[in-house]
Design a protein around this ligand. Structure first.
Ligand code: CU
Length: 449
């Protein structure tokens, strides 16, 4: 639908017709986003090479900035619309306030548009990768799979933990001391020695607005960390995300504002985040502030991934968010794809309702401000005034030309699903055939493993 809309828009502009027509074949061939643990060595090196190449291509606006940095700038810019940046207790002094209807709420997080905004953002990044190598698709990090961490944080794939810094956070009220080991990634892929140099203005601590410098910084948890303080995340909890009864619950659950317990009760995730927010915090290093007061935030954040504006500087960002998008697609694939399975109309701040324009694809309606004293606007890409995207345009992931391996894989014949249904061998075989013919419409095992 979004492409149809674009055709109608561009016809009146004449010259853009040819470009629009070129997009059509991409829709016809659906690319499959895979679990990162299933990538072949070739697929892994293709992904890494495409990501690194984007860091060497000049940006569309400021030629001193790479295409990759422009993506990082967009994520920074989205958060400047929230004067309480990331819900911290303190309003960072914002030298240049944002303007326009999006002002007042984070344009990409904490509200209904979290899922649509990131779906659009990921797809644009994936298309940028495909302009380097058409075989590349975004892999996802199934955070509940114990095999994922070793595959991802390999020096030859997305690089290792940081080193050289130990943080000890002590709690005067008797809570256990937290120890975090990490720091800059100093060798292997995505280290500065490897050429992965960050723009300090786009790599800031959300709580202090101080820059984290030019290195990717990680504080990965101890591999033996107890459940809830390390990887993997809980499989049963992740399965419950896809069972969420409505969009608002799903969005809050997967983003990490709440969790739903096994007995169906809800718990707010305050000082210790959940799901997507937890993964950000575990990679970048975060801890409850021992002494939050009127001038400090409730959660301390240390590295690149835990400081949300900066987080796309870590390439693992894309794998985490692709998993979030997958969980949304699986939820939608279970009969919830229509616009009635979105946030209740009128309940969201501007930019997050079904037909609102989402910055930066808003025709220039809103202008981001600064993060502290940092004006990120010189780093932003050019966005055409007719490049408009609303949440409603993002609901059908297939219209972007991709799907997920979990939505096209046939359910294994040994699956308990067949046992539960009590099907005989013949029935199971015919169901399997139907699934192969219409994989996305007869999907039974929504969290396929
Ligand atoms: Cu995120």
């Amino acid at each position: 639908m979004r492409y149809l809309q674009k055709i109608v828009t561009t016809i009146s502009f004449g010259t853009a017709i040819a470009m629009t027509m070129l997009q059509i074949p991409a829709i016809a061939s659906t690319l499959v986003r895979k679990n990162v643990i299933d990538l072949t060595p070739q697929e892994k090196s293709d992904f890494v090479n495409a990501v690194k190449t984007l860091k060497t291509i000049p940006g569309t606006n400021n030629k001193n900035v790479s295409l990759y940095d422009e993506f990082a700038a967009i994520h920074n810019g989205a958060m400047t619309f929230d004067p309480m940046q990331l819900g911290g207790l303190v309003m960072l002094p914002q030298d240049t306030p944002s303007t326009g209807p999006a002002t007042g709420a984070d344009a990409a997080h904490e509200h209904g548009g979290f899922l649509p905004w990131h779906r659009e953002y990921l797809s644009r990044f994936e298309r940028a990768l495909q302009s380097v190598n058409p075989n590349v698709t975004l892999p996802y990090w199934d955070w509940a799979d114990p095999r994922s961490v070793d595959v991802i944080f390999d020096p030859n794939f997305l690089g290792t933990n940081g080193s050289g810094s130990t943080l000890i956070i002590e709690y005067p009220d008797g809570r256990p001391t937290i120890r975090l080991d990490g720091g800059p990634v100093v060798s292997g892929n995505f280290s500065e020695a490897d050429g992965w140099t960050l723009i300090p203005d786009l790599n800031r601590n959300i709580g202090t607005a101080e820059t984290l410098g030019t290195s990717l910084t990680r504080y990965l948890p101890d591999p033996n960390a107890p459940a809830g303080f390390g990887f993997p995340l809980d499989q049963a909890e992740t399965d419950r995300i896809v069972q969420s009864p409505d969009y608002n619950t799903l969005r809050r659950f997967v983003e990490g504002e709440i969790t739903i317990n096994a007995d169906g009760t809800q718990t707010e995730c305050l000082n210790i985040p959940c799901n997507h927010n937890l993964v950000h915090g575990l990679v970048g290093g975060s801890a409850p502030n021992p002494n939050p007061n009127e001038t400090e935030r409730q959660i301390l954040t240390f590295g690149t991934m835990s400081n949300t504006p900066a987080s796309p500087n870590d390439p693992v960002f894309w794998l985490l968010h692709t998993n979030v998008d997958r969980l949304w697609a699986e939820w939608q694939n279970n009969g919830r794809q229509g616009s009635e399975f979105y946030a209740v109309p009128g309940t969201e701040p501007y930019g997050h309702n079904l037909n609102d324009r989402m910055w930066p694809w808003d025709g220039g309606d809103s202008i981001p401000g600064s993060i502290g004293s940092t004006d990120i606007r010189p780093y932003l890409p050019v966005v055409s005034p007719d490049d408009i995207v609303r949440p409603i345009d993002t609901l059908d992931w297939r219209s972007y030309g991709y799907t997920y391996d979990t939505l096209v894989k046939p359910v294994p014949e040994t699956s308990s699903t067949f046992g539960l249904l009590g099907l005989g061998a013949l029935g199971a075989a015919s169901l399997l055939r139907r699934k192969r013919s219409y994989p996305e419409q007869t999907h039974l095992n929504s969290v396929g493993k």
